[in-house]
Structure formats: structure tokens, C-alpha cells
Write a protein that binds this ligand. Structure first.
Ligand SMILES: [Fe+2]
Length: 240
């Protein structure tokens, strides 16, 4: 079986060459992409089991903390549903996240921002979507940080996401932003997204209904992956 997935709509994604985001000039391909049919491997793997995850993988407040400590920062829950472009929940999707700490600093050897490291915050986590595609993790609100693009560029607060869907052909790497952050509209990386609608699809809404009183605020972020074509399976449509 080939071409099991609908073609990506490239107009929705940022073009690879966007000179206002300066490093894209060196990284952006100079030739038009070639199209290949998907293969069985891309359509059927990878498959992740829930037993692969550690007990605290979905809790960034505690998963790097030592001696009963906790990560510093505003406590939040991020949750939502992984769906395909036909609105069907994607179960068993591995969601990996990484982010700066509350001061806007990454735990990385090439990090150069002067904000301090938090000894109890690593900045990485993961979870797997449930049978209906829903996922959830707990973390602290990341801080904005400056980056060397032009004279004075700041990244809005964001969480990086990598999502494996039901097949490699659905892989998506993206960033989530926070409702109400004024820096979203000044960011040259955000500005590579062609439409306002596309940008807003990456902005998680404050979700008071899922807030834990006296504990954590909640943000809702639904994720849309490339859709699988419906195929006839005996006398019914697969996925219905
Ligand atoms: Fe980042």
C-alpha cells in the first residue's frame, strides 16, 4: 500500500527559506522538494507502548527535581487532543516536549543567556495519547528569551513539541505559544507562518475548566496531524 496519507498542504506551513529568520538562509533548500509515495514503513510505524514511559515523564515539575525539590515557576497543565485533519483522534501518539525554564534559560551546553539554571528543572518530558487521542502533562510556564537574529529579538514563551502519530508520515515538530503573550506578534520565527489563522492554531488557550484550584493553571492545545486516507476494510471504512 502506498500513498496512504493525504498530501501535506504546504501553504499552511512556513516556507523553508525566510530571510527575516536569518539562519533559514543557510538551512533552507535551494531546490523544489521532490515528492515520493509513502512506504509501508512510514505508514505503519513506529508503535510506542505506554510501558515505555517513566512514572514522571509527563511531570516536568518533578522529573528532574532532587531531594524533594520542585521546579521554580508558575505551575501549569498542558492538555489537548491529537487529531488528524479529518478530526479523528490519534491514539498512541508519542508526544515529546522541551522548553526553557521560568527564567527563559535552556539546560544545554550551547545556551548563552545569562538567566540562571534551575537545579530542579531539566526541561524535557513526554507522554502518549490515550485511546481517543487525548494527552496531558504538567510543567512550569517557560520564560521568554532573547536570541541573536537581528539587534533585539525575543522569543515569546513557548514549548517545543515533537509528535509521532500512527506512522512516520505523520511526524510533526512544532511550537506552542500562550494566549495573551504580546511577544508572539514580534517574533521573526512566528512571522514565517503564512497566515494569522496558522499562527493562532499554535496559541494555547487558558482553560479555566481544567485549572487545579490552588495548584496549577491549565492551557489547552489541540494538535492536527496529517490525515490518513480511509481505506475499505471488508465492508466498512477503516477508522469509522
Ligand atoms: Fe525554544
Amino acid at each position: 500500500m502506498t500513498n496512504g496519507y493525504v498530501n501535506r498542504d504546504r501553504r499552511w506551513h512556513p516556507p523553508s527559506l525566510t530571510p527575516d529568520y536569518k539562519t533559514s538562509v543557510a538551512r533552507g533548500p535551494r531546490h523544489a522538494p521532490l515528492s515520493f509515495p509513502t512506504t509501508l514503513v512510514e505508514e505503519t510505524g513506529p508503535v510506542f507502548g505506554h510501558d515505555m514511559l517513566g512514572e514522571r515523564d509527563n511531570d516536568l515539575i518533578l522529573n528532574f527535581a532532587k531531594d524533594g525539590g520542585m521546579a521554580i515557576g508558575p505551575r501549569i497543565i498542558v492538555h489537548g487532543q491529537v487529531r488528524d485533519e479529518f478530526g479523528r483522534g490519534v491514539p498512541g501518539a508519542l508526544i515529546e516536549v522541551w522548553q526553557a525554564n521560568a527564567g527563559g534559560r535552556y539546560r544545554h551546553k550551547k545556551e548563552s543567556y545569562l538567566a540562571p539554571l534551575d537545579p530542579n528543572f531539566g526541561g524535557c518530558g513526554r507522554c502518549i495519547s490515550d485511546a481517543q487521542g487525548f494527552y496531558e502533562f504538567r510543567t512550569i510556564l517557560p520564560g521568554p528569551y532573547p536570541w541573536p537574529n537581528t539587534m533585539n529579538d525575543w522569543r515569546p514563551a513557548h514549548i517545543h513539541f515533537s509528535i509521532f502519530g500512527a506512522g512516520f508520515a505523520q511526524r510533526l515538530i512544532t511550537q506552542m505559544y500562550f494566549e495573551g503573550d504580546p511577544l508572539i506578534w514580534y517574533c521573526p520565527i512566528v512571522d514565517t507562518i503564512p497566515t494569522r489563522e496558522g499562527i493562532e492554531s499554535l496559541v494555547a488557550a487558558l482553560d479555566m475548566a481544567r485549572t487545579v484550584p490552588m495548584d496549577a493553571r491549565a492551557y489547552k492545545f489541540d494538535i492536527t496531524l496529517r490525515g490518513r486516507r480511509q481505506t475499505l476494510f471488508e465492508n466498512r471504512m477503516e477508522g469509522l
